[in-house]
Design a protein around this ligand. Structure first.
Ligand code: ATP
Ligand code: MG
Length: 576
């Protein structure tokens, strides 16, 4: 290390720079790794990736790219029982979607099993590891507590020869699961409990998704992870805060074996309001049928967010705004929605769709006449082009845009009131037909032919503008309107005797059968649009040619602000 050269000493942190980037800059200035920056994203393939993983992906792939370094995708597949190929495939897809580039550096901890095993034999020969016959329960009991030192296992002082023989027989499959483990021989009185002779290997007669039945001894995370980092030449090993105590063991394993040692840095885990971010809990949501699978658009999984219509760019912006802290905290779900709106506002093409339709008939509009309006796909950016939208005598408008008895300052349609049909004409409501239950069934209006394009013909002003679709031309659409999956800000605060599952919001999905303008039928699944005045939507893979399905990604800002006041004060997106 060239720490003595004064001209290379880095200056103070750059403005807005987080502690990890500051550290990397310092290391580069000091030449700690010869200017190399090499990170890894190490998911365990035992579930689908979620928002929390997005933070780690953005960090690891992000710093690698910012510092012209590399980032590996490494599957931490040391636990044969819970891991599946399905998860490996989904993880690959999700990382790529979020923008992670690992080129040919896709690695598996299981690729290193032979090397990890050899290192374990080396530790045994050094007298730094031993085979222990205590059961898992006894090992826990012998470990002691924060205030009491642990006790040494009666098997701790076996000879290296005996340990080597037993370890080889463990590998050969001579013993059942749980009969013996290999432990590091460190210090049963260490103040850091992680250092009290941690287990390195255990026996598991299980089929591994990649190595099949080749192995029946499997390394534990603390042992496999540091060695995998070392073998791959990782420079900065970034993990979440709960591993801070494990850093001492990380260093011990690599230093004892006298191999290359990266440096582990811990950052705060991402927590988000109204959601849970733990694969174990997400599995329960899927298995209990609370949601319709891992990619249910209400799930905080990356595949769920993708299906909901969240653009990867918005998710990256969210992660960047969350930043890198060294203390855990909880981020507002609304911040993610903010990032999504910001991104989509600039980019989502606009269309007209009606969620809760009521018929509007223009009595003085010629029967059989159809006008085709050429409407801009983006009101502020003509480069988006336009689409053709038919207009005729009978339209659908949203029920919410009409009031029989309008409150003060209600600028939309009401008996006798005049509004602008977006891009089309001014109409005045002459009469509302109501059924026996008082429900409005039809609105009878007249239009001003001079107001074509929604322009005032004589300087008279109308305050309200509402959206519409032509009834004869509109396509039916299923619109899936989502609210927060959990009804409370912290789902883990369960009622007495309950679990987080009891906090699931029973109204998190409402399905509307609406009408949309015909141009929408041609969009591909995954297309993101704005239904003017309604919200951002994404065409779902469940769409059929005759009945497209759209997931609401987020409401529009003003709807959101209004809702927040109207509803219970919860910060989540409401319905409609
Ligand atoms: P879970 O608690 O959901 O099982 P995990 O940490 O066990 O998550 P891994 O597959 O082991 O999941 O994680 C892969 C990487 O993603 C790790 O580096 C981990 O620290 C990181 N990660 C997981 N959850 C979060 C989170 N909520 N915030 C930030 N990083 C996370
Ligand atoms: Mg894990």
């Amino acid at each position: 290390m060239a720490a003595n050269s004064a001209d290379k000493t880095p200056g103070p942190p750059l403005r807005g720079e987080d502690f990890i980037r500051a550290q990397i800059r310092r290391d580069n200035a000091l030449g700690t790794y010869g200017g190399r920056v090499h990170t890894r994203f190490p998911p365990e393939p035992n579930g689908y990736l979620h928002l929390g993983h997005a933070k780690s992906i953005c960090l690891n792939f992000g710093v690698a790219s910012e510092f012209s370094g590399m980032c590996n995708l490494r599957f931490d597949d040391t636990n044969p029982a819970r891991e599946e190929t399905e998860y490996v495939d989904s993880i690959r897809e999700d990382v790529r979607w979020l923008g992670g580039e690992w080129q040919d550096r896709e690695f598996y901890a299981s690729d290193y099993f032979e090397q990890l095993y050899a290192c374990a034999e080396a530790l045994i020969l050094m007298g730094k590891a031993y085979v222990d016959d205590l059961s898992a329960g006894e090992i826990r009991e012998y470990r002691g507590t924060l205030t009491e030192p642990g006790r040494e296992s009666p098997w701790r002082n076996r000879s290296a020869e005996e340990n080597l023989d037993l370890f080889r027989r463990m590998r050969a499959g001579e013993f059942p699961d749980g009969a013996r483990v290999l432990r590091a021989k460190i210090d049963m009185a260490a103040p850091n409990l992680v250092m009290r002779d941690p287990t390195l290997y255990r026996i598991r007669h299980a089929t591994h998704h990649r190595t099949g039945d080749k192995w029946c001894v499997y390394p534990l995370y603390d042992y496999a992870h540091c060695l995998s980092d070392s073998l791959e030449g990782i420079t900065h090993s970034l993990c979440t805060l709960e591993f801070a105590n494990n850093r001492e063991l990380y260093d011990w394993v690599l230093d004892t074996l006298n191999v290359y040692r990266p440096h582990q840095y811990e950052f705060a885990r991402l927590n988000v309001t109204y959601t849970v971010l733990s694969k174990r809990k997400l599995i329960q949501l899927v298995e209990s049928g609370r949601v319709h699978g891992w990619d249910d658009p209400r799930m905080p999984t990356l595949c769920g967010l993708r299906r909901r219509g969240v653009p990867p760019e918005a998710l990256r912006e969210f992660c960047s705004r969350v930043g890198m802290a060294r203390v855990n905290s909880t981020v507002e779900y609304a911040m993610l929605e903010f990032c999504v709106r910001e991104y989509l506002n600039d980019r989502a093409p606009r269309f007209l769709a009606v969620l809760d339709p009521v018929k509007l008939i223009i009595e003085n509009y010629p029967e059989g006449q159809v006008e085709e309006f050429d409407l801009p796909l983006h009101p502020e950016d003509s480069s988006y082009g336009s689409r053709k939208t038919p207009f005729s005598r009978e339209l659908w408008i949203d029920r919410d845009d009409f009031r029989l008895e309008p409150p003060q300052k209600y600028h939309r349609l009401a008996p006798g009131a005049e509004v602008r049909l977006r891009y089309a004409y001014f109409v005045t409501c002459r009469e509302a037909l109501v059924d026996s239950k008082g429900k409005v069934t039809e609105l009878r209006c007249v239009y001003d032919p001079q107001s074509r394009g929604g322009q005032s013909p004589d300087g008279r002003r109308v305050k309200g503008t509402i959206h519409w679709v032509s009834a004869a031309h509109a396509k039916p659409a299923e619109l899936r309107l989502y609210a927060q999956l959990f009804a409370v800000e912290n789902p883990d605060e369960a009622p007495e005797g309950g679990t987080f599952l009891d906090n699931v919001n029973p109204d998190s999905l409402r399905i509307a059968q609406g009408w949309m303008e015909p141009a929408l039928a041609e969009l591909e699944a995954g297309a993101r649009v704005q239904f003017e005045r309604v919200g951002y939507f994404c065409k779902d893979k469940d769409s059929m040619p005759e009945t497209p399905v759209f997931n609401r990604t987020v409401t529009l800002r003003d709807t959101w602000a209004k809702l927040e006041k109207k509803q219970t004060g919860n910060g989540g997106s409401g319905l409609l």
